[in-house]
Design a protein around this ligand. Structure first.
Ligand code: SRM
Ligand code: SF4
Length: 565
């Protein structure tokens, strides 16, 4: 008797999407009811609208001591900013909203966007409406759709590829944006919700959207500041005979994994085909539709497109992709990423204007005592009327500046107690941390609040070893989901349990490979002591020009583990 293979049941989120009435759920009814939080179904749908329901985890103890029932609910709101480009007026409006409705901070994200934290239900609609009023959206900043499309933000006109990538990123973002009318009904127009079922089928995503989130970026080989190999879909610029002829389409990057589940893992994207610039939208649509039709809808831990690439292999993926592309598949060109630029400090744009890149520690823009970063940025943008660009390294670039602006910027930063990029160690500038506690519900350990202390401990050790100016970074996350791409970093610190982290080493600054596990369950206070013997060996044994990650790769995982044991 032939056995019939059972199809696994779709995950509960699939049911929520199917019954969502075009992503409406009962969001508007809940907002109007005056309660402070949403129930599970709407919580899932809110993500498509760009917001997550969260809880202040710091407040748990004090609430229970005060006998307060329930949680301190609030919302994280994320913008969609293709290529991270924001006008001066938009920045000032975002800053106003941070003060009016959020916790007085703006969080730059690892995908060139911004987030608010701490918005309560009574300000949720006003904040999202306010963002739309300055022509920014939150639609599809989160959810099972294509998220914010990244592109290297440098306003560098000496190489036309930068502008081309920024334009193409915008075109792809608009092409892949969901066509749901629920978003404007709920947040922008305040139109009464239609009663009954809304028959809306998205032309690209269909009725059930994607099996899981989807991420896209444009990068160039010499400057992989967007970490193109961590993306579901990457467009890597190809130059032939000095001309930008198109892009290699890379598919299947991703970082998230789950401790104890060996079938989940970070994965580096693979080159699938070559396309010309006029094919960027149709190629993106083809990859998305392939994922829509073949992605895993039963197990959300294995639902990312990287698992299709890993399970099928490149040849089968290409074969299937060819059936979705509206043009013949051309094999990719021989192009690899080779560098990264942080775009910090004072730079000529090549068109008579300048930009100034400011390093923002872990992306958190706030005023805190004598350190008044939020005021400094607001003053610079107000006084210079400059365009703002956000980087995937959680930094900010002030653009289209006159030569005379430098003096003013330095003066404003100085007045506000903000260190200039050249006053920060290389390791601090190259490091990233995710928000983790208190806002992220998935955090196992601290991250944004912990990394500065780890770097404080590390800097004197680097000084002592003569490695202070060495260019390598630490990326820390409060759980294995990998929100700041820690599995590609020279040093990755991933929250494991309580105050203990997994220490990874051996990545490449330019994001071209994965690192490997060096030591598990390291208490936070022991991280620097654990790394020190490896740094000593690096200093003594490195080849000329060899960086820390390359050294760790050369001596191999077993040796690194033994040295750090
Ligand atoms: Fe992320 C979930 C923050 C970039 C992989 N991420 C979350 C949530 C929304 C937690 C949740 O589901 O409730 C975090 C909100 C924390 C908070 O309090 O704000 C969160 N992710 C972030 C940000 C803000 C980190 C940052 O420090 O900048 C980044 C927002 C980017 C943006 O503007 O869109 C952010 N997240 C990433 C990246 C990096 C990237 O995209 O280049 C990754 C790894 C790449 C990837 O997707 O594989 C990433 N986030 C995840 C995952 C793991 C997904 C998986 O494949 O298993 C989760 C968990 C999930 O989706 O269930 C997650
Ligand atoms: Fe939260 Fe984990 Fe992402 Fe950090 S890596 S923001 S702890 S989901």
């Amino acid at each position: 008797m032939t056995q019939v293979k059972e199809t696994p049941a779709p995950s509960p989120v699939e049911g929520i999407k199917a019954a969502s009435n075009g992503l409406r759920g009962t969001i508007i009814q809940t907002i109007s009811s005056g309660i402070d939080h949403f129930e599970e179904g709407d919580k899932q749908l809110l993500k498509f609208h760009g917001t997550y329901q969260q809880e202040n985890r710091d407040a748990r103890k004090s609430r229970s001591a005060e006998g307060l029932a329930g949680k301190a609910y609030s919302f994280m709101i994320r913008a969609r900013i293709p290529g991270g480009i924001v006008t001066a007026n938009q920045w000032l409006a975002l800053d106003d909203l941070a003060g009016k409705y959020a916790n007085n901070t703006i969080r730059l994200t690892s995908r060139q966007s911004i987030q608010y934290h701490g918005v309560v239900m009574s300000g949720l609609r006003e904040t999202i409406a306010g963002m739309n009023a300055c022509l920014l959206s939150t639609l599809s900043a989160c959810g099972d759709v294509n998220r914010n499309v990244m592109a290297c933000p440098a306003p560098d006109s000496t190489n036309p590829v930068y502008k081309a990538m920024q334009e193409d990123a915008h075109a792809v973002a608009m092409h892949l944006a969901p066509k749901s009318s629920a978003y404007h009904e709920i947040w922008v127009n305040g139109v009464r919700q239609p009663t009954g079922v809304v028959e809306e089928v998205d032309p690209i995503y269909g009725k059930l959207w994607l099996p899981r989130k989807f991420k896209t970026a444009f990068g160039l080989p010499l400057d992989n500041c967007v970490d193109i190999h961590a993306q579901c879909l990457g467009y890597l610029a190809v130059h032939e005979n000095g001309k930008h002829t198109g892009y290699n389409v890379l598919v299947g990057g991703g970082q998230g994994m789950t401790h104890g589940r060996a079938d989940t893992f970070p994965h580096i994207s693979k080159a699938m085909c070559f396309i010309t610039r006029d094919q960027v939208c149709s190629a993106g649509e083809a990859v998305i539709k392939l994922f829509r039709d073949h992605g895993n809808r039963a197990d959300r831990k294995r639902a990312r497109i990287k698992y299709l690439v890993a399970d099928w292999g490149v040849d089968k993926f290409r074969e299937v992709l060819a059936t979705y592309l509206p043009f013949p598949l051309v094999l990719p060109k021989a192009v690899e990423v080779s560098g990264i630029d942080l775009h910090l400090g004072w730079n000529s744009q090549g068109d008579g204007k300048f930009w100034y890149g400011l390093s923002v520690e872990n992306g958190r823009i706030k005023d805190d005592g004598a350190f008044r970063l939020r005021t400094a940025i607001r003053t610079i943008v107000e006084e210079l009327g400059c365009e703002v660009r956000l980087s995937a390294m959680q930094d900010i670039l002030f653009c289209q500046l006159e030569e005379s602006a430098l003096e003013k910027i330095v003066q404003i930063l100085d007045n506000c107690g903000v260190p200039l990029p050249d006053k920060r160690s290389a390791v601090r500038k190259l490091s990233l941390a995710c928000p983790a506690v208190p806002t992220c519900p998935l955090a196992i350990c601290e991250s944004e609040r912990a990394l500065p202390g780890v770097i404080d401990q590390l800097e004197p050790v680097l000084g002592e070893l003569g490695l202070y100016t060495e260019e390598f970074g630490i990326r820390m996350t409060g759980c294995p989901n990998g929100c700041v791409r820690p599995y590609q970093s020279e040093i990755g610190l991933v929250g494991r349990s309580g105050d203990k982290y997994v220490v990874f080493v051996g990545g490449q600054k330019n994001g071209s490979r994965l690192n490997f596990l060096g030591k598990d369950l390291v208490p936070r206070t022991e991280i620097v002591n654990t790394l020190k013997p490896l740094l000593v060996r690096y200093k003594d044994e490195r080849n000329s020009g060899e960086n820390f990650g390359d050294y760790c790769q050369r001596i191999g995982q077993d040796s690194c583990k033994a040295i750090m044991a």
